[in-house]
Design a protein around this ligand. Sequence first.
Ligand SMILES: NC(=O)c1ccc[n+]([C@@H]2O[C@H](COP(=O)([O-])OP(=O)(O)OC[C@H]3O[C@@H](n4cnc5c(N)ncnc54)[C@H](OP(=O)(O)O)[C@@H]3O)[C@@H](O)[C@H]2O)c1
Length: 322
Amino acid sequence: MRAIEVTSYGDSEAIEPTERERPEPGAGEVRIAVAAAGINFADIMQRRGHYHGGPAAPFVPGLEVAGTIDAVGDGVGREVGETVVTMVDNGGYAEYALADAAGLLPVPDGLSMAEAAGFPVQFLTARNCLHGWGELSEGESVLIHAAAGGVGTAAVQLAREAGAEIFGTASTAEKLDRAAQLGCDHPINYEEEDFVATVEAETDHGVDLVLDGVGGETTEQSLDALAQFGRMVVYGAASGTPGRLRTDSLLFGNYRIVGYHLGRAIQLRPMEVLGAVPELAEMLAAGDLEVQFDRAFDLANAARAHEYIESRQSIGKVVLTP
Ligand SMILES: NC(=O)c1ccc[n+]([C@@H]2O[C@H](COP(=O)([O-])OP(=O)(O)OC[C@H]3O[C@@H](n4cnc5c(N)ncnc54)[C@H](OP(=O)(O)O)[C@@H]3O)[C@@H](O)[C@H]2O)c1
């Protein structure tokens, strides 16, 4: 089968098309004929070798796929031909991928396979960061960084549905327009505007919750935008640098800083993480939420797709199609 391999850690040149044996499902597994593989920022960090606990090179990246069950292993009560979407432990950038049958999710009604491949990682992360870990309540305010990104566009929509006042940051006018269309009340171009000053001017006291997937200076600056007793959920470092915080900055604000990692949380608390799937699928099917699908690249152009995301051109989700 055709697949994409990260041959060694490095830039996008480290990505090469390859041929691999079609994998055979073991007990409890299914093989999926991949219709679309979601690209996540984590794939890029794994390719760079910067992902905590990431795979050793060479490896086939790809953490989520949508497609059709093509073969089932022993003890699996699923049918060949069923369409599914699921998260996988790498291997998604290929014509076929193996998945744990217990983690298969239905394709939400009305979604194309490309849209479905943009649903699990980013919507579950946004949902759990806002509501589970972040404890967002109606009427509270939230600051969402990279608000036009994959997780960001999902978070803006979910915060809108929750009745929150939304501040969102992004680097271009086009991205901010999208965030505003999705329900962001205060779109902030952080290249031109100090987001802390804007939050202060609009709220007097700061926001109740920050979602930070950017890291670096953004994390520390975000504390200055938090209200007393505010919460910050830290779930990524797209800037390439983890944020650093001093404990005295936390105690004077009575702040709570919480970390979130989807993969680890699913392993340890699957019900807590996946419990939101039926509600999310229903909201997507009803059109209350929309996967912000940017574009599909052919599998062979995976390197170009990574470059597109790394150069911050993407708005919402990018997928690969075999
Ligand atoms: N913990 C988890 O379980 C989990 C799950 C999913 C995602 N994540 C993390 O969440 C973050 C967002 O993931 P995503 O897949 O939705 O990506 P994304 O938001 O679609 O893309 C990343 C965005 O980050 C911003 N950014 C800031 N500094 C950047 C830099 N130096 N290089 C590139 N981009 C930069 C860019 O937006 P602007 O141009 O607007 O600044 C860019 O569009 C990533 O850090 C990812 O690793 C974590």
